[in-house]
Design a protein around this ligand. Structure first.
Ligand code: ADP
Ligand code: MG
Length: 416
């Protein structure tokens, strides 16, 4: 998919990027973040196509601290990408270049784009297709964790599809090494996918920190989203969404979950387990009965509702109460962050360059189309004041918006 080109997408000049230009011919823009633009490019010698992620590192757009942060984060990303190269479900880094003002990462081109866009088109996926995607994703996560790497930004936008519709995990911008027993405290990721312990640790100085279990929580959010066509934790008021996350409060609503198996609901509940110690590991998740199903013999895969889905959801996600969304805006005017992902370090809160949303956009995002939600996206960016307010309040209900009592539909939290 080619994106519209804005003034901020100007190609780096020859002098700054000589080495890269000598080898590759950059073409159309196929993706972008706050401080990166991804282009299709052609290898001059062979004519083969690749994708290049170009990051500008000049003081024109970034403060010296942010600049160093972006450089450092990109070096870390490159180092990790090299370390994980060769895994069938992880993006392959082909080349990297660093000039005084730009950094270039050349990857295999994933022509079918993001899982996010595929899901948008399909509305929701079958259990069979979800199983195949989640198996590949969990294998990639298991491999990362075995190598003491935590990804920290797992979401359908960062899962890319190749010509054969096989997935590859990408965007290692927030990934880092984590030795066994070591804990992290940094608040980073994408709000709708953040594990409760990431939020809790940023509100409580005495919290021990978080570990690689955060990736399994995100896998639970992805699994839920693929099957429901909408995310498990969503509220147009971010403070309420954060509370839902911290309490692990979501529901298997009707009608979207009516035909789904108890097996997959069980797996979701074991991934969206609030206590990280009781959450499934990637290895355990891969041994869950959901992945043992013999395709073709599942009653739910033959469900007439799934084969001939009717009603509003069949025509798109316009009627979904909680649309999957992306893009960057913040529900409160107090939020200090630019659009994009959350990074408490401040320098690499990258994401799509979308116009900031108004309060009206926020309203629409709750009930409008997925496309409308994409330009409003309250769950894309974490509002730090909302988080702080939540920390101060503890679990007390916000005035005027009482927190519902624990609901009967709340999924029981049980260990593996
Ligand atoms: N190898 C690739 N092939 C095709 N598209 C890609 C590739 N890498 C990135 N993209 C596109 O560019 C977008 C941004 O890239 P990503 O690495 O996720 O950057 P950011 O860190 O800014 O989110 C992706 O979501 C995807 O749409
Ligand atoms: Mg990304």
């Amino acid at each position: 998919m080619t994106l519209d080109v804005g003034p901020e997408d100007e190609l780096p000049d020859w002098a700054a990027a000589k080495e890269f230009y000598q080898k590759y011919d950059p073409k159309d823009v196929i993706g972008r973040g706050v401080s990166s633009v991804v282009r299709r490019c052609v290898h001059r010698a062979t004519g083969h196509e690749f994708a290049v992620k170009i990051m500008e590192v000049t003081t024109e757009r970034l403060s010296p601290e942010q600049l160093e942060e972006v450089r450092e984060a990109t070096r870390r990303e490159t180092h990790i990408l090299r370390q994980v190269a060769g895994h069938p479900h992880i993006i392959t880094l082909i080349d990297s270049y660093e000039s005084s003002s730009f950094m270039f990462l050349v990857f295999d081109l994933m022509r079918k784009g993001e899982l996010f866009d595929y899901l948008t088109e399909k509305v929701a996926l079958s259990e069979k297709e979800t199983r195949s995607i989640m198996r590949s994703l969990l294998e990639a996560v298991s491999f990362l964790h075995a190598n003491n790497i935590v990804h920290r930004d797992l979401k359908p936008e960062n899962i890319l599809l190749d010509d054969n519709m096989q997935i590859r995990l990408s965007d290692f911008g927030f990934s880092c090494h984590l030795e066994p027993g070591e804990k992290l405290r940094e608040l980073c990721g994408t709000p709708g996918y953040l594990a409760p312990e990431i939020l809790k640790c940023s509100m409580d100085e005495t919290h021990p920190g978080y570990g690689k279990e955060v990736d399994l929580w995100a896998c639970g959010v992805i699994l839920f989203t693929l099957l429901a066509g909408s995310p498990p934790f969503w509220h147009r008021r971010q403070i309420l969404m954060l509370r839902m996350v911290m309490e692990g409060r979501y529901q298997f609503g009707s009608p979207e979950w009516d035909d789904r198996s108890d097996t997959v609901k069980d797996l979701i509940s074991r991934l969206l387990h609030v206590d990280p110690a009781g959450r499934l590991t990637a290895e355990q998740a891969l041994r869950h009965p959901f992945f043992e199903r013999c395709e073709g013999s599942q009653p739910w895969s033959l469900s007439p509702r799934q084969r001939f889905r009717v009603g509003p959801r069949a025509r798109g996600r316009a009627a979904a109460p909680s649309p999957v969304s992306r893009g960057g805006c913040c529900p409160t005017a107090r939020c200090p962050l630019p659009g994009g992902r959350v990074d408490s370090a401040g320098g690499r809160a990258r994401g799509r360059k979308l116009p900031p949303g108004s309060a009206a956009d926020q309203e629409r995002a709750g009930e409008g189309s997925l496309r409308a939600a994409a330009s409003a996206a309250p769950d894309r960016q974490l509002c730090l004041p909302a988080l702080r307010a939540l920390g101060e309040e503890g679990r007390a209900a916000e005035p005027g918006s009482p927190l519902p009592a624990p609901a009967p539909w709340a999924v029981p939290q049980h260990g593996p």
